[in-house]
Each structure stands twice: as structure tokens, then as C-alpha cells.
Design a protein. Sequence first.
Length: 339
Amino acid sequence: MTRVPARGLGRGALAVALLGSIAAFSSPAAAADKAAILLPGSINDQSWNALGYQILKSLESHGFTTAYSENVGDADEAEALRDYASQGYEIVMGHSGRFVSAMQQVAPDFPKTQFIAVSGNEGADPNVMSIDWNNAQFGCQLGLLAARMSKSHQVGGVYGLQGVPNITAQAGGFRICAEKAGAKVSIVYVKDMEDAAGAKEAALSLIGQGADVITGKLNAAETGLVQAAKEKGVYVTGRGFDQTEIAPDLVLTNIIEDWPGMFGSTADQVKQGKLFGTFVQYGYDTAPVTGASLWYQKDKPFNPIVPAEVVKEVTGLAGQFQSGALKVEPTDNDARPGT
């Protein structure tokens, strides 16, 4: 609350200011809702941790004051979670699924606090949850798109963190739907989701083996895929409008994630007293908040080079997912490296 100086105020105005101050301190509704996030790295990394900071800041428009901690190590997770919860933070987030274990340890001591793992895949009653978008659905769409746009009938994917559930979901969804559409699929995993040079090398390897459409799920390293595609003149999908700008003739579309939409929906419910103890996954079947969407530019879902019949087929999958007519549940084998 900003303090109003008495100097220069008339007696009536001063009385109003004082009454407002008294009301602000005495009314339960005036107590600010608070949200915090623990980040494994720096908010200045222009990648994963910067995204976490953006998610946190998006909650300010929902009435939350915010705080964050950077470079939180594994050994410090539980203590940091406990510190925020003990200060009365209604929402305490950890920016990856790795925070779930520490949340499960701390949560019983703070039954009114909502603990949330960003991009996790599990929860624990009554107040530990994970939030993510349905990577299998969007991976499937990219698989169909890649197969339809390929002339060699060979497509490739470059992914990081093999075995992480949302990576498995997207890579597996891509393979399932690309193969169903008649394409041969090759998948490569890289060790560092931030290493653009390493990702570019992996993409060039796939292109050298005949793949003429490339996709993937990486962080800052995603630009390496686009750079490889630009160098070799093949199609590619991205994860941001900046990647369209790198190769506007070759980027077919981007998965644009809506973390503010996902977290805003949850935060509004927490403010009303609802707590979650589950994995909440947004997708076409949770519309209007779908967690992500396909965009080439802000006013175009797909590159104009994509034929209208292909656009219709790919967008048609969204309707099937929304109605429940189509479900894709990839296995580790679907997401396997190689062909």
C-alpha cells in the first residue's frame, strides 16, 4: 500500500485517506494474494527460466503480488518452498517437474498453500499439482503436417531430455501420426536443450540421411534446428515467432505455448479457495484454454506455402481431440531414438 502524505490534503480528503487506510488494514479482502516461483537457473537466460519468470509475472494481472528465487539447487528446494509457504504465499511454484518430490515433503505442513510444478506430470492430494499442455496432441499435428509436406517421405525430430514425460509425449505423438500418414521417422536426442550448435549438428545429420522436414522440442537450442533447415533448404517447425523470422519461407508453423492462460485459470480458482492435487493437462479437449496453439505469425496459423487441404487435415485433428474421437497416448517405444 502506498502511503499518502498529509501535507496538502484538505480535512475532508485527509479523513477519506485515513478511512481508506483503516479499511485497507481491517478488511480481509484487502490482504494481497501472493505467488512465488523457484527457478533452477537465472531469469536472464532468455530460455527456460525466463519463461518461468514470465509465468509468475502473468499472475499479477490476476491480483497476485509476486516473488521469485533463482538458481535453486536440488538440496535447497524443500527449504525454499517452506520459506515461501510460511510467509503466507497462496501459490508456490517450482519451474520443472523435479520440484514435485520436495513439494510432497513440504505440502502436509501447509494445507492451504497450492504447490504447482511447471511442466510436471504428477500431483498429490490435496494441494500438490503439475500443469502442462498436451504434448502428444500437438506432436501428432506436427507429425501429420511433416508427413504431408515431405517430398522424400522422410521426416526427423530432435529432442532433449530423453525419458522426460512431456518429451516422450511429443516425440511419440510426432512419430505415431507421421508414420500413420506414410512417412519414415527418425528421432535424435541431444544432451543440452540450450545448445543451438549441438541441435543444428543433430538436425544436419537427419537431413543428410534424407529427412526434408525437421521438428523438435528444445529450449534455446530450437533455433539450431531452424538454422540447419535454412542452410539446407528444408522445412521445419519452431517454438516461437522469432524462429519464423529466421527462415520465413521454411518454417511451417510454431507451437506457441499459453502458460499465462493455463496458470491464470488455475490461480483464479485458488483465489476462490479451490486446491488441486492432480496433474492438470490442457489441450484441445479443455478448450477454450488449450495450453498451446499453432501459429506461423500472429495472424496466420500456418505458412501460406502449406496447401489448404493440408491445413484442413491438420486442424481437423484438433476437432477430433476436442470431441474425444481421437486420443494419442505415446509409449517410450514410440519416442525411441532412431527409426
